[in-house]
Design a protein around this ligand. Sequence first.
Ligand code: GDP
Ligand code: IMO
Ligand code: MG
Length: 428
Amino acid sequence: MSNTVLVGIQWGDEGKAKIIDHLAEKADIVARFQGGNNAGHTIVVGKEKTVLHLIPSGILHKNTVNVVGNGVVFDMGVFLQERDALSAKGVDVGPNRLKVSEICHVILPFHQLLDRAREAVKTKIGTTGRGIGPTYGDKAMRLGVRIGEFEFPNDLKPRLKAVYQEKALQLKELGSTDIPEFEEMFSKALELYSKVKPHLVDTSRYLSEQTRAGKKILFEGAQGTLLDIDYGTYPFVTSSNTTAAFAACGTGVGPSSLNFILGLTKAYTTRVGSGPFPTECFGEDEEAGKLISQKGNEFGSTTGRARRCGWLDLVALKRAVALNGITGLALSKLDVLSGFKTIKVATHYETDGKKHQDFPNFWTKPVKAIYEELPGWSEFPGTQNESDLPATAKSFIKHIETYTGVPVVVISTGPKRDEMIIRDKRFN
Ligand code: GDP
Ligand code: IMO
Ligand code: MG
């Protein structure tokens, strides 16, 4: 396998962790490059389900090294909890195979409080409340703290105290009352830091050395393209660039190291939180939406919220293919659409009575999805063999390839690790 970037090309939860877990067997290193513990990544091996928020999804394969890159915002407490829970299950999470960039920006308690307080009084984005936006905000404002700075507490303390005072004022204004004392917050952070420290390295240097030694990297995207801070449905987005190019910035490798861009879509669409969603199942499609939600078990892995469900949106997909420079597509949850007599896919939008294929940058006018109906298919087993797929399921896949101009190279047919058809020998 060449270096591969896997990105979600919808609004997240496309099933990225399952694909990463599967492909990790062929990779030497799995690296996350953006987001934080707003992610909820589910891996099912046999009867056992593992949900990861911060640790890369290659961790269950003992031969891979897992790297949290500098583009990730890092909650030290969550990392330690997740690491220890994996360790209790017998997974090796030692520093040799779990490395964290020393320049990741740290999520501090006031970031979480600000995230939640803003949600309560301002535009409701429907965030995960994990402090992601305020932490990236402080990074850009040059108010942030990089993990490695805790090594120099005497330098850090006065600077952080000034930031804290500003945040405490903001929090008070927003009506938040449970602001921790500075001293308590600082000493708790130092304690967490001492436990995270063995995992810290200059991940950029590490990845560069490993690349020179011929090792292959699998870059794991979090969230999805339509939640990208620049290209998503702003302001209903997350606070990082989720698109493939950021795999380079977020780990400190050069863009020429990104050899294959694998874009993952579900066979339908989901979204958690607020914001535009042209193919959401309403009205005559309401029953279909409920069925998809039930069969697909569409509840958030991080917050448990019900995911909004809708049909596949080819207009959005084509835009995501262009934004990421997708080389091949992966398709998940094809099994969930089994049993429908017909299946809808949006091929156009209609705005002001005009039919078009442009994904808008501004969502000020109502956008109506225009559909094509395709024949459905009956149930099929979770399989690795394409010959098990009904003919109509295959023509649905062909339809996606024709519309986007990109081949579907991986097809996921169930939640379990092996329920996957690989069409491209690079991933075999
Ligand atoms: P991620 O955030 O992109 O990693 O996706 P999540 O883990 O949040 O959500 C995907 C859900 O779909 C998880 O519960 C997976 O176990 C499940 N899943 C992944 N691929 C498939 C598939 O092909 N079929 C079915 N039925 N479930 C799948
Ligand atoms: P994975 O990696 C789905 C959504 C939130 C909210 C918006 C902003 O599992 O695909 P944030 O907490 O990031 O400031 O929230 O982004 N969101 C996700 N939706 N999957 C995710 O991650 C998400 N991470 C954030 O619901 O609408
Ligand atoms: Mg998820």
